[in-house]
Design a protein around this ligand. Structure first.
Ligand code: HEC
Ligand code: HEC
Length: 144
């Protein structure tokens, strides 16, 4: 065997060996379970739904939802959030909670008399609130 061929063989063996080690160290979100095995279901999260508004921590932050929201359907035909989040004269205050004006402006800057399509899927931006420790450490300081 030529010396250069031998060298390439050694190099390939090292690289493949290292990559194999890296793959062995990887851990998927479902843990170290074989694919056909059933793993434990993740713990159910308890949403904070005490109707208190949770403080915003930076400017332009979409406020988190201070109430239950998993039962409100949002699809092509309907948006249950709008049952309560359209300001309407004479309607009970708790069912007529205003959205900001920004929600009535389309992407070309036109003012609309209905929520813009780009705001239809509310939960794309507004997430429910869960009391959990952060997944990773952070030294983020809320805006004052
Ligand atoms: C049954 C009526 C009702 C429905 C349906 C509803 N909400 Fe609410 N929502 C409220 C009320 C009442 C508040 C509290 C108002 C307040 O104090 O600002 C609120 C507050 C919020 C806030 C916080 C506003 C702020 O200023 O902090 C967000 C965000 C929100 N809702 C999003 C949603 C989304 C998204 C949906 C649909 C998945 C939804 N809501 C469905 C009644 C409702
Ligand atoms: C593209 C992201 C996005 C989507 C989609 C969206 N919002 Fe918002 N929303 C925001 C942001 C950002 C704010 C805070 C800044 C502002 O008021 O414009 C906000 C503010 C609000 C507020 C607080 C208003 C206030 O006066 O403080 C309510 C209530 C709300 N949204 C409800 C909704 C509902 C209901 C929907 C669905 C119909 C929705 N939003 C869709 C981003 C979004």
């Amino acid at each position: 065997m030529k010396l250069s061929t031998l060298f390439v063989c050694i190099l390939v063996t090292c690289v493949v060996g290292l990559a194999g080690q890296a793959v062995a160290d990887l851990n998927s979100l479902r843990g170290a379970h074989a694919v056909p095995e059933t793993n434990a279901a993740p713990e159910l999260m308890k949403f904070i739904k005490d109707k208190e508004n949770v403080a915003r921590t930076f400017e332009e932050q979409p406020p988190v939802v201070p109430h239950e929201n998993e039962k409100y359907a949002i699809n092509l035909k309907e948006n249950k959030c709008l049952d309560c989040h359209m300001k309407q004269e004479g309607k009970d205050e708790a069912k007529s909670v205003e959205m900001s004006e920004s929600h009535f402006i389309d992407r070309n800057g036109n003012k609309l008399d209905r929520p813009a399509g780009s705001r239809h899927f509310c939960t794309q931006c507004h997430v429910p609130q869960v009391d959990l420790p952060p997944l990773v450490g952070t030294n983020f300081q809320a805006a004052k």
